[in-house]
Design a protein around this ligand. Structure first.
Ligand code: ZN
Length: 282
């Protein structure tokens, strides 16, 4: 009985001394929802360096997501501007076709005016024919009428040709205009989608920043500032896991001594090539 009691107490002591370790293991396993013991994370200086590096790795995972989201958000207006530019070019094309149709119609109107006045001159000349006295004058006027009639005939051909052309151009214009209207709708939809995605991204970043809080609080301010400085400099990748004896990010070969130092976890070890914080993957 006494032995059983002692054994029970021993195990209680054991549990108590390991409580911090267990809490830490839970924290490291934290992925992605906060652990129950999150509030304990605010107690600074309780975790040793190895534990803090593990937390930095978790923090890095969140920061990587934030960097990716920021990059995506930055691209959205750029992509949208590209679409707007393409739309504008098409719009210009349609406007140009419209102008060409109008020009052609004006050209036809002018030719029709010419045609009318030439026909009037012909009629006038034909009336004059009856009043002419000499054969010479008659022949000359008749030749003029013949020339004018030839002009009229060629102008009529031209007008018919232009009318066919304008009909074809109008068809093309209407087709392009219809396509443009569809493009405009599409562009509006794209804009709406982009705005919605921007809002989503902002919310996701907000959530991620919230998730970061317990991790940030658990890390000593010196380590944190070093981590953050590298994070900015290396565009979202401050931590580098050792892979096959080299820095996992820049592939710089590490000496066995450096690897030993990383394993010991007495101080932060930086890659001497890319200056990221090195750690052993667990
Ligand atoms: Zn490196």
């Amino acid at each position: 009985m006494v032995r059983a009691l002692r054994s029970h107490r021993r195990s209680q002591r054991f549990e108590s001394s390991n409580a911090h370790q267990i809490f830490f293991e839970n924290l490291v396993k934290f992925d992605p929802d906060p652990p129950e013991a999150e509030k304990d994370l605010n107690k600074k200086g309780k975790l040793d360096l190895k534990q803090q590096i593990n937390i930095l790795v978790k923090l890095q995972a969140l920061d990587s997501q934030i960097y990716e989201l920021n990059a995506e958000r930055k691209k959205i207006p750029e992509e949208l501007n590209l679409l707007k530019q393409k739309y504008k070019e098409k719009e210009e094309g349609v406007k140009q076709t419209e102008q060409e149709v109008k020009n052609k119609q004006l050209e036809i109107k002018k030719m029709e005016g010419d045609l009318k006045s030439k026909e009037e001159v012909i009629k006038k000349h034909q009336r004059q024919l009856y009043q002419i006295k000499t054969n010479k004058e008659y022949t000359s006027l008749e030749a003029e009428i013949k020339n004018l009639k030839a002009d009229v005939s060629s102008l009529e051909d031209k007008v018919i040709g232009c009318l066919d052309e304008v009909e074809q151009m109008s068809k093309t214009f209407l087709q392009h205009k219809e396509n443009l209207n569809k493009e405009e709708q599409k562009l509006k939809q794209e804009e709406e989608l982009a705005n919605r995605r921007c809002q989503e991204i902002e919310q996701q970043i907000k959530d991620l920043n919230k998730k970061k809080e317990p991790f940030v609080s658990a890390i000593e301010s010196l380590f944190l500032s070093q981590y953050e400085r590298i994070l900015v400099k290396k565009e979202g990748e401050a931590m580098s896991a050792v892979k096959n004896g080299a820095c996992g990010e820049c592939r710089f070969m590490l000496t066995p001594q450096v690897i030993e130092e990383i394993k010991m976890g007495k101080e932060l070890i930086f890659c001497s090539s890319c200056s990221r914080i090195l750690y052993m993957k667990q």
